[in-house]
Design a protein around this ligand. Structure first.
Ligand code: PYC
Length: 403
């Protein structure tokens, strides 16, 4: 396998779809590709990944590359911790440079209430063995010496939740590495292949209709993030999801001066400096539901105003580009993962703004589910069934920004 990795720089183009695959994965983003990658480790290689655009053109290519595991619930923290740990070894395992920088993650507190909530979160995190603690303004200043921490701002900084294992990773590289790894194991990756329908007979999906023909599948996985409820509708599986946009932007490269991820939910901003020197910045999710990924001037105005309060030295930096991606929000802000009422149709949905962080652990656990037919413990709290049984896992307010 090492030889294969060395010989092939990327995944292969596959001219035709076969008539049948053991597993059909809808969505060629980080979750779909990670599932194909980990299926291969379990010996399941008759796999097709179908992507309606180019590989990584959805949420995988539109996030702000932040990884962390300092979630609010024990279920969430445990799950994302497993993901960060997989990310830590993924580059080496795939022999692919993912530019993972575990530079640390600071969520700023500007009120007593925020300090109280963060202290609770740090405790939940620590009980899961996750490095996460509340720190005061002096330590914030040490970790981010170039950030403005004066008292005369709209929201003075009273402390922060500090999470050393958090950081940033190159999102495109994650997608390319996973695709190459899945391909090396035999999975077929088919870009520009849109799923137009799912044929269901009783409790099973019997065929997947695509713009390039109809195929049969032993198991079908829906890993389509913002489009997950539309794909589930094709199988008559309603998801409790609303779809919104999240906007982000990037500046031109400037001399490196920030070595930690900064988040302020009160100021609706999160930002980091990439290896290229760009400031990658995002804001809150838009409250209206839409599939239109056009950006707004309000976003740029509010984000830059708040960013400049923290980093006035960016005053002359120009925004190079901005973009928007789709977020599928579940009622409790936790994902919907695993089995549905259709026995050979599984989902990875409801990610809100958390999806990219979860890619490896989603791939690993979904692959285990497909291989064994059993729901792995880590994802048992996140099944669709929880909405029927009233077992919600509320991650409300654990986001970098308000949901
Ligand atoms: O929750 O860490 C987060 C996040 C980053 C970008 C959007 N959400």
């Amino acid at each position: 396998m090492r030889e294969l990795f060395r010989k092939r720089r990327m995944w292969r183009s596959r001219p035709d779809l076969k008539k049948r695959y053991d597993v059909v994965i809808i969505g060629g983003g980080s979750h779909g590709l990670a599932t194909a990658y980990y299926l291969r480790q379990l010996g399941i290689t008759d796999v097709a990944v179908l992507e309606k655009g180019y590989i990584g053109s959805g949420a995988a290519g539109r996030n702000t590359t932040i990884l962390r595991s300092n979630y609010k619930t024990p279920e969430g923290a445990r799950f994302y911790d497993a993901s960060v740990k997989l990310y830590e070894r993924l580059g080496k395992e795939m022999e692919f440079n993912l530019l993972f920088s575990q530079c640390g993650h600071l969520t700023l507190a500007h009120t007593d209430r925020a300090l109280f909530v963060m202290a609770n979160r740090a405790e939940v995190n620590r009980l899961q063995g996750i490095d996460s603690r509340l720190i005061g303004p002096d330590e914030v200043k040490e970790l981010a010496p170039t950030m403005y921490v004066g008292e005369d701002t709209t929201y003075p900084i009273m402390g922060a939740l500090y999470h050393p294992p958090g950081g940033i990773i190159r999102h495109d590289a994650v997608v390319w590495g996973l695709a190459r790894g899945a391909d090396a194991g035999g999975a077929e990756i088919h870009p520009y292949t849109e799923v137009t329908g799912l044929q269901r007979s009783g409790d099973r999906i019997t065929a997947v209709q695509t713009t390039r023909g109809t195929i049969q599948a032993g198991t079908v996985l829906n890993c389509t993030a913002g489009w997950s409820s539309l794909i589930c509708d094709m199988a008559d599986v309603p998801l409790p999801i609303t779809t919104h946009i999240l906007q982000a932007c990037v500046t031109e490269p400037v001399k490196p001066f920030l070595d930690v991820v900064i988040v302020s939910s009160q100021m609706h901003v999160y930002l980091s400096q990439s290896d290229r020197g760009e400031f990658v910045m995002g804001s809150e999710i838009e409250p209206w539901t839409t599939y239109r990924t056009s950006g707004t001037l309000n976003f740029l105005q509010d984000l830059t105003r708040h960013t400049l309060e923290l980093f006035p030295q960016l005053e002359q930096a120009r925004i190079l580009r901005s973009w928007a991606g789709l977020c599928d929000l579940s009622p409790d802000y936790s994902p919907i993962l695993g089995q549905t009422e259709v026995e050979n149709f599984h989902v990875s949905a409801g990610w809100g703004t958390y999806g990219f962080k979860a890619a490896p652990i989603v791939g690993k656990t979904l692959a285990e589910l497909v291989a064994s037919g059993r729901t792995p413990d880590l994802i048992a709290p996140f099944t669709l069934e929880r909405f029927y049984e009233d077992n919600l896992v509320s991650e409300l307010a654990a986001a970098a920004v308000s949901h």
